[in-house]
Ligand binder design. Structure first.
Ligand code: NDP
Length: 320
């Protein structure tokens, strides 16, 4: 009964609608609320975003002792509520981004119109799809070396991937761990030349070319990986390596699917914004955080672009 009542009281014409509840979404909401835009923020399928799945955040300025990803997102939510942000649950299932007001449908049933839209739907790290990745999640498996690498000081880790991310993560981890295996499925690295050279010349990094991961093992926590060299080819060879950490760096997928037929995206699906702004290809629609960031994908950057998006929305409303 309470729910039905509160639904009927929800406003369906707003000045500023924010989709996504990671650092970009909440920062945009805090700024928009303080500018009297009375923002509505929709939490998606993963309230709080990717950070709620990380262990400890130690690189966000202002937390000298570090903070858990969950606590950090709870603090952002509390801060948004302090400024009366209208936080709702639901995912966008349809929309019409044109005219003075943009029309969106949430969960196939509720319609909302907004003068400005800020998309902060984030990105999702790609995994190999092995059941063992779920089994050892938080017990040795990670998709973020910068977030979790510190826990593997003087230990042995593996990184999967052959692009710039995998090389960057390997080099980062090599500064902490005693040994880093880089597991590359092809016989070459796809990364830029300079990154390749750094990885190839690093004494702590051993590259396993032509190698696929087919399983992980360990009693309670991760203890090793089952690998296959030349999988399905002549000379196929199965072998195991002992590792404490297994890091995925096979790319991220921006959560832009629902919008990519209308908004300009790059070839990987990241929403394109005008340089130095959060403006997308549609007037009054802004994007911030990882969904529009193919390069950095850090909480502090997401928060910064969330701030930019809210300031841009405010300016847009003043001039339109
Ligand atoms: P990329 O798409 O460039 O590379 C992904 C890597 O993961 C490839 O080597 C790919 O292998 C491998 N891979 C994908 N799926 C699997 C799988 N199922 N099993 C095993 N390996 C797999 O992604 P990145 O995240 O590395 O980079 C994304 C973009 O960001 C790039 O444009 C990159 O240049 C840029 N970037 C730039 C950085 C910098 O300049 N400092 C740092 C990080 C990223 P295969 O080659 O066989 O397809």
């Amino acid at each position: 009964m309470e729910n039905i009542q509160s639904k009927t009281e929800e406003k369906n014409l707003v000045k500023c609608l924010i989709i996504g509840s990671g650092p970009a979404g909440y920062t945009a909401a805090i700024y928009a609320a303080r500018a009297n835009l009375n923002p509505v923020l929709y939490q998606g399928m993963q309230p709080g975003g990717q950070l709620t799945t990380t262990t400890e955040i130690e690189n966000f300025p202002g937390y000298p002792e570090g903070v858990s990803g969950f606590d950090f997102m709870e603090d952002l939510k509390k801060q948004a509520l302090r400024f009366n942000v209208d936080i709702r649950h639901g995912v966008v299932t349809a929309y019409e981004l044109s005219g003075k007001n943009h029309k969106l449908t949430i969960d196939d049933r509720q319609e909302i119109e907004t003068q400005t839209l800020i998309i902060c739907t984030g990105a999702t790290a790609k995994y190999l799809g092995l059941p063992d990745e779920i089994k050892y999640s938080g017990k040795g498996v990670s998709a973020c070396a910068v977030c979790d690498g510190f826990f593997y000081r003087k230990k042995t880790v593996a990184v999967v991937g052959g692009g710039d991310s995998a090389c960057e993560e390997s080099l980062y981890l090599a500064g902490l761990a005693s040994k880093v295996y880089l597991i590359v499925r092809k016989n070459y690295l796809r990364a830029s030349q300079i990154m390749q050279e750094r990885v190839l010349n690093h004494p702590k990094i051993e590259i396993l070319f032509n190698t696929n991961t087919v399983g992980l093992f360990g009693e309670d926590v991760l203890e090793g990986a089952n690998l296959v060299r030349f999988m399905g080819e002549p000379g196929e060879e199965k072998f195991d390596i002992a590792i404490d950490g297994f890091f995925l760096a096979i790319g991220h997928k921006p959560n832009s699917d629902v919008f990519k037929h209308v908004l300009a995206t790059d070839e990987n699906g990241y929403i394109q914004t005008q340089w130095g702004t959060a403006r997308t290809s549609v007037s009054g629609v802004f994007a911030a955080g990882d969904v529009a960031d193919a390069n950095y994908q850090q909480a502090i950057v997401a928060a910064g672009t969330g701030c930019i998006a809210a300031l841009e929305a405010e300016r847009y409303l003043n001039f339109n």
